[in-house]
Design a binder for this molecule. Structure first.
Ligand SMILES: *[C@@H]1O[C@H](CO)[C@@H](O)[C@H](O)[C@H]1NC(C)=O
Ligand SMILES: *[C@@H]1O[C@H](CO)[C@@H](O)[C@H](O)[C@H]1NC(C)=O
Ligand SMILES: *[C@@H]1O[C@H](CO)[C@@H](O)[C@H](O)[C@H]1NC(C)=O
Ligand SMILES: *[C@@H]1O[C@H](CO)[C@@H](O)[C@H](O)[C@H]1NC(C)=O
Ligand SMILES: *[C@@H]1O[C@H](CO)[C@@H](O)[C@H](O)[C@H]1NC(C)=O
Ligand SMILES: *[C@@H]1O[C@H](CO)[C@@H](O)[C@H](O)[C@H]1NC(C)=O
Length: 262
């Protein structure tokens, strides 16, 4: 009986459970998507099994969460004196424009719009599961920017990511549930996503957007100082504007790690 209660609470703690799927029609004909999902559900199944054998319930301890390191070139380390405040999965679109009518020019980045979902406990308890979540989440489109949980998981919404102008990515982590802060940011460093990163929905696309280190600007609240975008999936535009409309979106997902100065 203890085990039964324990397994349930462990799953509640990381907010993963049998999802209500709003999966797109025709999915069965897209084997790559089905493979990504089957890997995810088999990993979830193993967690439940592993939980039954563990002596103590996993504790959602942020100190055990470790920021993924880019390879071969790592991003600059988190500044000394900062501590982890939040980990989110971001799911949304990268927007681009092709306005010059020049078919050989590269699309220009306009910014991104994404909904953020609380993955702090997954980051501290199941890092392997966390690392595949962006690719899993990429296979499902959001039904709205306020979609309460991230299909096919039950991760709860923890904020929104958008651009207030071309050079200012913003993160609003103030919601009805939690007030973790607001952060207008500037790019500090960028490295390409690993060659093995998920290219797009169903494994098809132009690649994963770079990993980033962002630093907060004046006006940030909640003691937020540095934000990392890692384990990106999708989001890259085609190399040229050939055949592209004047503005377009590319679906993407990513982990975002938020660090604060206490
Ligand atoms: C997601 O939405 C885009 C349009 O923005 C569409 O092209 C794509 O097929 C959708 N993908 C899924 C898995 O529903
Ligand atoms: C949600 O985020 C907060 C702040 O990072 C964290 O304390 C909490 O454990 C998170 N909950 C889950 C279920 O990840
Ligand atoms: C079109 O874009 C390419 C690549 O950026 C550039 O080399 C070329 O000069 C551009 N052509 C015109 C007409 O602007
Ligand atoms: C990106 O696309 C979304 C969805 O169409 C739109 O709401 C948003 O305004 C666009 N953002 C930018 C910066 O172009
Ligand atoms: C963009 O927004 C930021 C903060 O909101 C502001 O400091 C900056 O001056 C703006 N830049 C431009 C080019 O408007
Ligand atoms: C990135 O941050 C480091 C440390 O704060 C700083 O020395 C460097 O100038 C920054 N680089 C850019 C491009 O902002």
């Amino acid at each position: 009986m203890f085990c039964k209660i324990w397994v349930t609470s462990a799953l509640c703690a990381v907010a993963l459970s049998a999802p209500t799927l709003t999966y797109s029609p025709g999915a069965a004909e897209r084997p790559a998507e089905m493979q990504i999902l089957s890997e995810y559900f088999s990993m979830l199944g193993q967690k439940v099994q592993a939980g039954r054998n563990m002596a103590a319930a996993p504790v959602c301890n942020m100190n055990s969460a470790v920021l993924p390191v880019a390879s071969p070139t790592p991003l600059p380390a988190v500044s000394t004196g900062l501590s982890l405040k939040h980990v989110a999965i971001g799911r949304g679109t990268q927007n681009y424009s092709c306005t010059t009518g020049n078919q050989t020019a590269a699309p220009v980045a306009l910014g991104a719009v994404a909904t953020l979902y609380n993955a702090t406990c997954v980051a501290s308890t199941y890092p392997d599961l966390l690392s595949i979540l962006p690719n899993v989440a990429l296979q499902f489109n959001l039904t709205s920017p306020n979609q309460a949980s991230l299909s096919p998981s039950n991760l709860a919404i923890s904020g929104h990511h958008f651009f207030s102008n071309a050079t200012t990515p913003d993160f609003n982590l103030n919601t009805a549930a939690m007030n973790l802060g607001f952060a207008p940011c500037a790019k500090n460093n960028t490295v390409p996503a690993p060659a093995t990163a998920p290219k797009g929905q169903g494994g098809v696309g132009n690649g994963a957007v770079p990993w980033l280190k962002l630093i907060t600007k004046d006006g940030a609240t909640g003691n937020l100082e540095e934000i990392y975008r890692v384990n990106t999936a999708g989001g890259q535009p085609p190399a040229t504007c050939a055949g592209m409309p004047t503005t377009f979106e590319v679906q993407y997902a990513s982990e975002y790690w938020f660090f604060e100065k206490l």
